[in-house]
Structures are given as structure tokens and as C-alpha cells.
Design a protein. Structure first.
Length: 63
């Protein structure tokens, strides 16, 4: 609901049994597709390094 109230998604309710709801991006929401894709690529490329750093930090805190 917060994404909807911020204008990023549209929510369409259907009066069916069982109830059905569909979500879609608004034009403003679609402007986030490229930045999110870039962040996803970064996470895939550097995720292992993040985990390694977190593990080494956790190990150093226990000593």
C-alpha cells in the first residue's frame, strides 16, 4: 500500500470469487526499473565479497 500511496504502483481489485488483485507499475514506478537492474547486477558481481567481509568481521569480533 505504501508503494501505491507513493505513486509507484497501481492496484486493481476484481470482484471475483476468490478475490483477485493485480499490481502494475505506474510511469513513475517504471523509472525505477533501470536503477534496480543496475543494483541487482552490482549485488550479483559483489555479493560474495560482501559475505566474505561480513564473515571476517564477525570472526574478528569474537576474538
Amino acid at each position: 500500500r505504501r508503494l501505491q500511496s507513493n505513486g509507484l504502483i497501481d492496484r486493481q481489485r476484481y470482484a471475483e470469487a476468490p478475490p483477485r488483485v493485480e499490481y502494475s507499475l505506474t510511469p513513475l514506478g517504471r523509472t525505477l526499473q533501470e536503477p534496480i537492474a543496475m543494483l541487482t547486477e552490482w549485488a550479483q558481481a559483489h555479493g560474495e565479497a560482501l559475505v566474505d567481509f561480513q564473515e571476517s568481521t564477525a570472526a574478528n569480533q569474537t576474538h
